[in-house]
Design a protein around this ligand. Sequence first.
Ligand code: AMP
Length: 192
Amino acid sequence: MKNSENNKNYPNKWLGVFCGAYMGTDETVHELVKELGKALALNGIGLVYGGGGAGVMGAIADAVLENNGWVMGVVPKNLLETEMAHTSLDELVIVETMHDRKKTMYERADAFCALPGGLGTLEEVFEATTWTKLKLHEKYKSVMLLDNNGFWLSFIDLLDGITSSGFIKPEDRAIISRFDSVSALISTFKNS
Ligand code: AMP
């Protein structure tokens, strides 16, 4: 399938990206987001995300689109205005509920990436991971955390501590991995 307006090729792999509706305080994060967006587009990987036009969410969509990549956004109708839904996506799916949003994203994505974000991002990371653990996705889907400033390190420490305590099995801990380089994340994703 091609987008008739700009002749883009439809991706054969999709990365579901969870990330903040705000931009955060570290300005270097924007550079990382731009690098990831460009890499997705250049590697023919589609972006599926929450459909917002602001914060890290808006920045990742812009970066993919600027490099002629394909973006699908999924937004619940009650958040269309508050999250300023992006107006230039290839596909914008408007759903009824937050649960529908996540389910739609999960179905399209082959794996997940979390950029810096807040409560919503954490919730999505945990749910996508537990769905992999419980085999609720149609196949194994890994969760890759990406940062350039140590953002996810305390989260990794938390997971490792809980794993040492015997409440997370090592094979379930392995669903989540952290990357500090876009190229390593993309090559892991392409080879998975
Ligand atoms: P945040 O990380 O808090 O900036 O939120 C990032 C995105 O996650 C936003 O689009 C939120 O609407 C979304 N979000 C927050 N809570 C949930 C939830 N329970 N289920 C699905 N998406 C959520």
